[in-house]
Design a protein around this ligand. Structure first.
Ligand code: GLU
Length: 425
């Protein structure tokens, strides 16, 4: 009996499935394992009724998907975004399974989100959405079942609202259910910068194996949120020249190198609403995607999904792509990168610093013993560098591109656990 392949009209889920089936086929994975791993264990849809500031009632939709718990508790972020839907959450949950397996941390994969335009809600409304969502997903989350974290438009404060709501419902403090909390409340020093530090570490390792000195290497970073801004900062600290950055307000170019500290100061000014609008240290170009075509060594997409596609990949000038965002490249875009000889470091390897950092936080919360930032960063860089080199060596050994090598390694690790644990009943 041949495997009936799942398909989806959602771009990210379609990419997730296509990448999985392609790697599974190349590995010769059994049909039973393909059937199991191509589906999610549990998907929860919730409604979130909120009394808005003007007294009206609005109902938002929320989701939590647990793709796999073969290795350990489901792990993955919760995003607040107007494009959130069940398929997107499933795609991102699948990516988390491979990300955690490849990272070598004891988790499965999950993801969740609320469909909401965050630019249209107040802080009070955001708190109500967070707390009601936490209460709705309470039956399926826990330190040993499913451990959410921040993602697009959610942060430490949202994690505190989640933790506080569930702790009060259960009448006991539950700090290890959510990671990405602020250091002030059971969070970990280093977690806020962790994803960016990991992306930059991967890029620097890549330059090293390619024999390029990071000092003077040129990079372009798409997105200046948590991931993009810290990626740019750590690349600049390593001596690289950040020649272009972007965000929702547009793209900003400076061939002499953008002053990243000045860009941080700009977005920190409350008047600029966390955006680069009006940033003086660079030449402005309309559209956040202009940065994709920047003249540079490394392009680092750190914003939304499906940015590098069959329609634009041939115009990319960079020699390397290091993916900070989840699913920034579609399979047809990827095929063009491959044909042009552009080396792409896949999202679930390059951006795994965030979840590795979450793992550190979870360990600290469970033991009630907290590490210094130096210890946290040192361990993170070591794990990221080792993981990069492992996948690099495996890609050479199997004569496949980095994305395929990373998938094969990760899928095998999950498949081994499924086989060892057995199919239930
Ligand atoms: N949202 C981040 C990611 O996509 C972090 C997930 C986590 O820490 O659980 O990797």
């Amino acid at each position: 009996m041949a495997v009936v392949k799942r398909t989806s009209s959602n771009s990210e889920l379609s990419t997730a499935l296509e990448n999985f089936y392609g790697a599974a086929e190349e590995m010769g994975l059994s049909e039973g394992l393909i059937e199991i791993l191509s589906r999610s264990e549990r998907m929860l849809c919730v409604s979130i009724p909120i009394e808005m500031d003007d007294g009206s009632i609005k109902v938002f939709e929320g989701f939590r998907v647990q793709h796999s718990s073969a290795i350990g508790p489901a792990k993955g972020g919760i995003r607040f975004d107007h494009e959130v839907c069940l398929d997107e959450c499933e795609a991102l949950g699948i990516a988390m399974t491979w990300k955690c397996a490849l990272a070598g941390i004891p988790y499965g994969g999950g993801k969740g989100g609320v469909c909401v335009d965050v630019t249209k809600i107040s802080k009070k409304e955001k708190e109500k959405i967070s707390r009601t969502f936490a209460a709705r997903i309470e039956p399926i989350v826990g330190a040993w079942t499913d451990v959410p974290a921040p993602d697009m438009n959610t942060d430490g404060q949202v994690m505190v609202w989640f933790t506080d709501t569930i702790s009060k419902m259960r009448n006991r403090l539950e700090p290890a259910i959510f990671t990405g909390k602020p250091p002030l409340f059971w969070g970990s020093l280093g977690r806020n910068e962790a994803t960016g530090l990991g992306v930059a570490t991967c890029a620097i390792e890549l330059l090293k194996v390619e024999g390029i000195d990071p000092k003077g290497a040129t990079v372009a970073v798409q997105g200046f949120g948590n991931v993009g801004s810290f990626t740019a900062k750590f690349m600049a600290e390593a001596g690289a020249k950040v020649v272009a950055v972007s965000d929702l307000s547009g793209s900003y170019f400076n061939p002499a190198g953008i002053d990243i500290k000045a860009a941080f100061d700009h977005i920190s000014n409350p008047a600029n609403k966390k955006l680069l609008t009006g940033f003086a240290g660079a030449e402005f170009k309309e559209g956040g995607d202009a940065v994709i075509f920047a003249d540079c060594d490394i392009l680092m997409p750190c914003a939304g999904g499906s940015q590098i596609t069959g329609k634009n990949a041939d115009k990319i000038k960079a020699k390397y792509i290091v993916e900070g965002a989840n699913y920034p490249t579609t399979p047809d875009g990827d095929a063009i990168l491959k044909s042009k000889g552009i080396i792409a470091i896949p999202d679930f390897l390059a951006n795994s610093g965030g979840v590795i950092g979450s793992y550190f936080e979870w360990c600290q919360d469970l033991s009630g013993y907290f590490w210094s930032k130096e210890e946290y960063n040192e361990r993170l860089v070591k794990i990221m560098s080792n993981n990069f080199r492992d996948v690099w060596a495996y890609a050479k050994e199997k004569n496949v591109v980095m994305r395929r090598a990373a998938f094969m390694k990760a899928i095998q690790r999950v498949a081994d656990r499924v086989e060892m644990r057995g199919v239930f009943m």
